[in-house]
Design a protein around this ligand. Structure first.
Ligand code: 13P
Ligand code: SF4
Length: 317
């Protein structure tokens, strides 16, 4: 038995003994994705976390995702293999920042991307993910002002799609996606002229992609702005032989599984999230062996955050 197979067998054995379900985000290392019970985008994983029957949820992703699972399933134990797996986007706004911003717009409705701390969610009216952000904002009375946070590129996408001008956008960003920029995209499009483009809305290059489509450099129907889950659906449906993918590189694993005949290439092959990659095979083994790291959310914070997260999982797909 080789070391990888022995590791996989041990993970399965321990998970069964603990009555634990392993969830993995699309950006996790391939070995972690392959061992998980469910792999998906942040919305899909939140929905599963809300319904799963197991006693324990092992969240292979970053800390805010595990917190969201705990908010939705407070009676379950939620473990993350390394609690230091944070998120630069979630760090770009604090609860105090949001309190001050709300004071400037007392009548506005607050829409927060799920990439936020539980405390920020507690000050939020509706959470969203990249797969339902447009639907969430479109569901709000058009006359009501909206504060959208923390991602400026996703905010710009939502503003463009909904055509709203009463939306104020926080200037946060994810350092991994912001680093996938327009110049790189243009270079890749030049060297792969027949490729389709799958672009995550957190990317710095999302506006450039639409610009390239607008000026006809890439045919409009070959450019799609998608969440990570949306990319898998689009991979199954595409007629393109080659697709340039602008998001974290872990995504390529599920895309290649979903459509093995398509050649998927990263727009920026250095776009790896250091936090997602902290969840190593060794960390997952330690987690299941020692029951660590457990994720705690103070009950009063969780109580305040729950409504905004429940609204999120009820809207869109
Ligand atoms: P989605 O899986 O919801 O597209 O999120 C992307 C992301 O950056 C999560 O950190
Ligand atoms: Fe956060 Fe960006 Fe990493 Fe996603 S890819 S977890 S948004 S730092």
């Amino acid at each position: 038995v080789d070391a990888d197979a022995a590791w996989a067998a041990e993970i399965k054995r321990l998970a069964k003994a603990r009555n634990a379900t392993i969830l993995a985000h699309n950006y996790q290392l391939p070995a972690i994705q392959d061992i998980a019970d469910h792999v998906g985008d942040s919305l899909a994983l939140s929905r599963i976390a809300a319904e799963v029957e197991a006693d324990e949820i092992i969240f292979c992703g970053v800390h805010f995702m595990a917190e969201t699972a705990k908010i939705l399933s407070p009676e379950k134990r939620v473990l993350i293999p390394d609690e230091r797996a944070g998120c630069s986007l979630a760090d770009s706004i604090t609860a105090d920042d949001l309190r001050a911003w709300k004071a400037d717009y007392p009548d506005a409705l607050v829409v927060s991307y799920v990439n936020t701390t539980a405390e920020v969610k507690g000050l939020t009216d509706i959470c969203c993910t990249s797969s339902n952000a447009v639907d969430v904002v479109a569901s709000i009375d058009p006359d009501r002002e909206v504060l959208f946070l923390p991602d400026q590129f996703l905010g710009a996408h939502v503003k463009r799609e909904t055509g709203r001008d009463n939306i104020h956008i926080w200037a946060g960003e994810c350092h991994v996606h912001a680093g996938i920029n327009g110049d790189e995209l243009t270079d890749q499009v030049d060297s792969h002229p027949d490729a389709a483009l799958f672009i995550h809305p957190e990317c710095g290059c999302a506006t450039s992609a639409l610009y390239l489509a607008g000026e006809g450099t890439v045919p409009q129907d070959r450019v799609q702005i998608l969440s990570t889950g949306g990319m898998i659906d689009a991979a199954r449906a595409t007629h393109a032989k080659q697709v340039l993918v602008a998001t974290e590189v872990g995504m390529l694993h599920q895309l290649r599984r979903a459509a093995p005949e398509v050649d998927f290439q990263a727009v920026n092959s250095r776009a790896a999230c250091p936090y997602m990659k902290m969840i190593t095979p060794a960390a997952l083994l330690r987690c299941l062996t020692e029951g660590k790291d457990e994720v705690h959310v103070a009950p009063d914070v969780a109580e305040r955050a729950r409504l905004s997260v429940e609204r999120m999982i009820a809207i869109g797909n």
